[in-house]
Design a protein around this ligand. Structure first.
Ligand SMILES: [Zn+2]
Length: 710
């Protein structure tokens, strides 16, 4: 089965249109819509199961599928034998031989919220003939996002492994599974009287390994996997088991599907609960969900456990896209039975989708406080993990070219947890030729200066310090918590006052007319007074905050502190040469160059003079000086050197302890050295110090005793 690009584009657009379809239809319209739905579902199944490259999210696929089910329920006579609802899904290809599962692997019905789970619970009680107030016990485990597998053990040996396939038939991948260290080749089922068993589980790849695999593929010029599931399902079907082992797959087992003794007698009923079955697998050496599995006393506990995992799914080392809820009692499971597609005693709770496709409409360029230009993609709004996403950072030009993104592209977007949404890739198979290259601007969108790029930097920059867009960003930085920390003064105020024409430079912040602010819509006397208080307070900030607030490229918080400790007045830096900066430990040539350039600009000096006149502190304060070590410190004024290997602490820790005790760490043995701490296997430095005769030599323990004296 193949689709042309044009077909694919049409089917994709049709899918997006069908996603919005709701409600009952007249028979003629239903028939037409069902034909469309079947067409797109067959296409998406091909993308998902055959290519491992879905172009819609699972949620979107499920929505389309449910729409078919709903219309078919309304008009049963419209059900066709080839409707996707008439078979279980299929991942069969012709690469591997097909084998029949001992027991069909059915898929699970899906649920998306508390109501769905409550309905499920109600249904279970009905099927089991229980009172509606009775509590059913459930076993809840993660829904691993990998490739489903079935393992057959006979006489304790792994004799066969297969993919899920269409549920009845799977692909035989025994050798590939044998390459997985987490799958025992032998397991003592015979001790339980079991001759032949079939287990269900999931082969998956840990997220950190997935990242490594993708990085390597990018390096090798191969296409990257959209997600760990694709990497895992692709891994299951590799031709060479050695390559499978390298892919880093692991297998979690979560169900005993079949177990018989030597006479073919069913042994599944030796367990009371599903949980007992998993415990046995764990005892036999299989990897099973442990902390991620819970026996819940009732449906409320189930809901709480599911929500809890939805919260922390991103911190878990494996990708999970939901939870699986199973009736724990096997007797009760029997009472509930099966539909033709699903067990009635289990349901999947699906988390909100983290990935979705959307269209890249346009690219805008944002200018940062030091002039860095950041391209931002504007997308057709799309729901991701419960939030509407319509713009995503593209970081820099290199990101755009490496992903070959174009305007008009359908892109796969991901939003995981607290991570900012990002574009995974463009779906180039959906291109119709109308897409346009993203042309990175050569001049600043705000001031039209020619953009420049330093050799070792990723960003293009506007170097015009007076560039209006930059000035606004610098003001936002100036008032921020880490800089001048002006309480209540944020981005929106800066932008508003700038629009009013009140803020042209940072100095204007200290010239604001509070009466005017009070009369501004949405403000008032009170907020103006609070702002005045906060700005007045900020005027007496220590010098290091002022330095950091100036947005000098590379001048971070740490170096601002180091510089503030060295000067009495900010304008002293005007006379510093680059080499004066680099004399300070931890101050490098790049920051030296940037600070020198800043003070060489007379506009900046004028700005600082203005600020001083407006009452902003520009002088060193006691907060700018490093905390002094007391003269009573045990090693006050001494120089110290550690040599040999230390056993009680690391070298760095020892040096920090010595410094805290008033000593200065130096790196060579000379007449300037007071104390040498000699660890094990101390060599030439110890000999040299002994030869000098002026150096106090301590063992590591003696050093520890000395610093803990006070
Ligand atoms: Zn500019």
């Amino acid at each position: 089965m193949t689709y042309t690009k044009e077909n694919q584009r049409q089917l994709f657009d049709l899918s997006k249109k069908l996603l919005d379809e709701k409600g009952d239809l007249a028979e003629g319209a239903a028939k037409k819509q069902l034909a469309d739905l079947r067409k797109v579902i067959i296409y998406h199944e091909w993308r998902y199961y055959v290519l491992n490259q879905p172009v819609v999210s699972d949620f979107e696929y499920d929505t389309l599928f449910k729409r078919i089910e709903a219309l078919e329920a309304q008009y049963p006579k419209l059900i066709t034998p080839d409707s996707p609802t008439q078979r279980v899904s299929n991942d069969l290809t012709e690469t591997f031989p097909s084998v029949e599962h001992l027991v069909p692997m059915l898929s699970l019905a899906n649920s998306y919220n508390r109501e769905d789970l409550n309905d499920f619970d109600t249904q279970i009680k009905k099927l089991a003939g229980l009172d509606e107030n009775a509590a059913v016990e459930y076993c809840v485990e993660p829904k691993y996002d990998g490739g489903s597998i079935a393992l057959v053990y006979e006489d304790d040996l792994l004799v066969r492994a297969a993919t899920r396939g269409n549920g009845a038939l799977g692909e035989e991948i025994t050798n590939n599974m044998k390459a997985l260290r987490s799958v025992p080749m032998r397991a003592a089922f015979s001790k339980k009287g079991m001759k032949k068993v079939e287990l269900r589980g999931e082969a998956l790849i840990r997220k950190d390994i997935f990242d490594k695999v993708n990085k390597q593929r990018e390096k090798d010029g191969q296409s990257v996997f959209a997600n760990p599931r694709n990497a895992a399902t692709g891994g299951l079907r590799m031709k060479d088991p050695k390559e499978v082992a390298k892919r880093g797959l692991e297998a979690f087992l979560y169900q005993l599907g079949y177990a018989v003794d030597g006479d073919g007698k069913d042994l599944l009923n030796v367990f009371k609960t599903h949980d007992d079955g998993i415990e046995m697998l764990s005892d036999l050496g299989f990897k099973v969900p442990t902390d991620q599995r819970k026996v819940c006393k009732n449906i409320d506990e189930v809901v709480a456990f599911c929500k809890q995992w939805e919260q922390k799914r991103d911190k878990y080392e494996y990708e999970i896209d939901g939870m699986v809820i199973k009736v724990n009692s096997l007797a009760l499971q029997d009472k509930c039975g099966y539909t033709s597609h699903h067990p009635r005693w289990a349901i999947a709770y699906k988390f909100k989708a983290k990935q979705a496709t959307s269209k890249l409409i346009n690219v805008e360029y944002q200018i940062g406080k030091i002039g860095s230009i950041t391209p931002v993609a504007k997308l057709e709004p799309v729901q991701l993990a419960g939030v509407t996403v319509s713009s995503v950072s593209l970081h820099n030009e290199e990101f755009i070219t490496s992903k070959d993104l174009r305007i008009g592209d359908t892109v796969l977007v991901e939003r995981a947890g607290d991570v900012i949404p990002y574009i995974v890739k463009a779906m180039d198979e959906l291109r119709d030729g109308a897409e346009q290259a993203i042309v990175f601007p050569s001049s600043c969108p705000s001031c039209s200066s020619t953009l420049v790029k330093a050799e070792n930097e990723a960003a293009w920059r506007c170097e015009n310090y007076a560039c209006e867009a930059q000035v606004v960003q610098r003001m936002i930085h100036h008032v921020s918590k880490d800089a001048m920390d002006i309480d209540g003064f944020g981005k929106s105020y800066v932008e508003r006052f700038h629009e009013e024409g009140w803020l042209k430079t940072i100095a204007d912040i200290y010239r604001l007319d509070y009466d005017k602010i009070a009369s501004l819509e949405g403000f008032g006397k009170r907020s103006a007074t609070n702002l005045e208080k906060a700005i007045t307070k900020a005027k007496s900030n220590p010098l290091h905050r002022l330095l950091y607030s100036l947005s000098v490229h590379h001048l971070g918080k740490k170096v601002s502190k180091l510089l503030a400790a060295e000067i009495q007045h900010v304008l002293e830096l005007k006379d510093w040469k680059e080499e004066d900066f680099t004399l300070i430990k931890d101050v490098g040539p790049t920051v030296a160059k940037n600070v020198t350039a800043f003070f060489d600009n007379p506009d900046n000096v004028a700005l600082l003079n203005e600020m001083e006149e407006l009452g902003v502190n520009v002088k060193q304060t006691s907060d700018d000086l490093p905390k002094m070590v007391s003269e009573d410190a045990p090693l006050f004024g001494k120089t110290i050197l550690f040599t040999g290997s230390l056993s009680l602490m690391g070298r760095k820790e020892a040096q920090e302890k010595a410094a805290a005790a008033g000593a200065k760490n130096i790196s060579a043995v000379s007449s300037k050295l007071n104390i040498l701490v000699a660890g094990e296997k101390a060599g030439s430095k110890l000999k040299k110090a002994q030869a000098l005769g002026t150096v106090e030599i301590l063992t590591e323990q003696e050093f520890v005793d000395l610093i803990s004296e006070n």
